[in-house]
Design a protein around this ligand. Sequence first.
Ligand SMILES: Nc1ncnc2c1ncn2[C@@H]1O[C@H](COP(=O)(O)OP(=O)(O)OP(=O)(O)O)[C@@H](O)[C@H]1O
Length: 594
Amino acid sequence: MRTTLIGSWRLLAISWRADRRKTLAATGLMVAGTVGGPLLALMLGLMTDAVISGHVTAAVWYGIAVAALAVVSLTFAHFAHIFYTELAELAELEVVRDLILLTNGSEGIEHQERAEYADELTVLHRESRGLIGALESLFGILGLVLAVVFTAFLLAALNPVLLLLPIAAVPPLLCGRWAESRIDRAKTDTATPTRIALNLFRLSTSARFAGELRVFRLRDELRRRHLREWERASRGLVRSYGRAAAVRTLGQVIFGLAYVAAVLLVVRETIAGRRSIGDVVTVIVLATQVNQQVTAAVTLLATLQRMGSMLRRFDFVRKLVAVDHPVPVDQAPPERLSSGITLTEVSFTYPGTGEPVLTDVSLSLPAGASVAIVGENGAGKTTLVKLLCGLYRPTTGQILVDGIDLRRIPAESWREHLAAGFQDFVRFELLAGQVVGLGDVPRIGDDGAIADALDRAQGSDVLRQLEQGLDTQLGKSYTEGTELSGGQWQKLALGRALMRENPLLLVLDEPTSALDPQAEHRLFESYAQQAEQLRAGTGAITLFVSHRFSTVRMADLIIVLRDGRVVETGSHDELMRRGELYYDLFSLQARAYR
Ligand SMILES: Nc1ncnc2c1ncn2[C@@H]1O[C@H](COP(=O)(O)OP(=O)(O)OP(=O)(O)O)[C@@H](O)[C@H]1O
């Protein structure tokens, strides 16, 4: 009940924030529409008595009142609906915006690794579509409360025993609430298979994976898996829907018996001459309305309860996303790096996993240096990069930027001083210029800056191949969209990484994996120049992760990772002289290319 009440209050607040005038209008219309019902029952009774006693004028006026009230109760709800729909659209926009902010506006991305976060988000996405129904239910309930009070008053005036009729409405309400909470629990229990089934469906229908799916003949396998997960989810849901329906029916049967008893009571009093025929008409109509009110209340409360649960889920997700700050966040990042970035005994374990991915990493990345991180697959290179970008926080140990604990620098401010090209870069389906310009949003329309960044990323050739240059729409989602090759997308992503002119840290995580050897070579020459400029400008560190040792050797400092530990650091020459892991990896690759 608490969840429903709090949820209703919050829903009303969302609606009020969205549009006060429309909220008031919708409430007024709904209240008038629902109170019209019991009034109509009263007028019908009075009209019947007027007809029987031969008071024609009174009967006509009562008849007009009945007609007017019938129009009010039948039509006002429709007018109110127009307002709800608009309000619900605005409210849904607010909820969707909150969802996007919750997912992307947080400090780190730890929460996105957690299964319970993904499950809650799956349910939230689905439930947020029900806002129109929820708002309608909320206003409907407000009107119903008034209608029930008014009906109870009229029934009590006829015979106080009839007040038991609304009381008999309590069992269906309780049964309805119980049923709804079972359904809610079933949704949470089945969120994991639902999410997996949705992912498999996306995988099976996405054009991006179509080639691989066909080559490996995965269609049937994916379909089988999708079906299995879907059946797991729907079996749980169907079972809970069945139980819920049985319990709801039980509640309605209890009320039905009370309804029959109430009508029989008034009929008996009328036969005994203590009541008029008009009273019987009034009671029959009122009792029918109580039945409708109860059925409506059960349905509306169920919707509200569902919405209350959705808003509670929001709070749960907010808590998951919230980051506790063990140290005050009170430092600005330096405008220029003077000493560099230091890691002291940094260890990191991904949320929800037991094994550390990085262990006791202590490093000094000097200001202005170009640094390469190498190591076998799974050694922890990308994880280290993500820690430096502030996407995760070390489980233990510290990262210091010119002596300032990174945790004390607001995440947003730190990221403003980063430029990054990731291994799993995003293929934004936008205009080509925007795909690059997103790297520095304030300059997204600055064609000169975009062309310059692309030039430094050795990606100007991509532009020349596009018919409308920077204004070419990219992506297969558009009929007119141009699709690019993997390497072309990567060049644009690199251009995006180079849009920011004065970063403190330029991160390039396998920036050349999709490029041909010539393009790669030109790119690294260009990086060397940029690293030089950045060194002179902001003292920035250029950090890149690469498996290609011919490029790695250019770095001032090479860090060799193995199983999450730093096993060697030094320049290419130093590491070659040492003759350990770096020497082995380098020699192996050199032999393979010979
Ligand atoms: N999001 C994640 N959740 C849990 N474990 C993860 C996650 N991402 C990576 N790992 C694990 O962390 C380890 C290091 O991964 P990481 O991506 O940092 O390696 P890498 O050195 O960059 O590898 P590669 O050269 O293949 O890109 C791997 O064992 C991987 O399974």
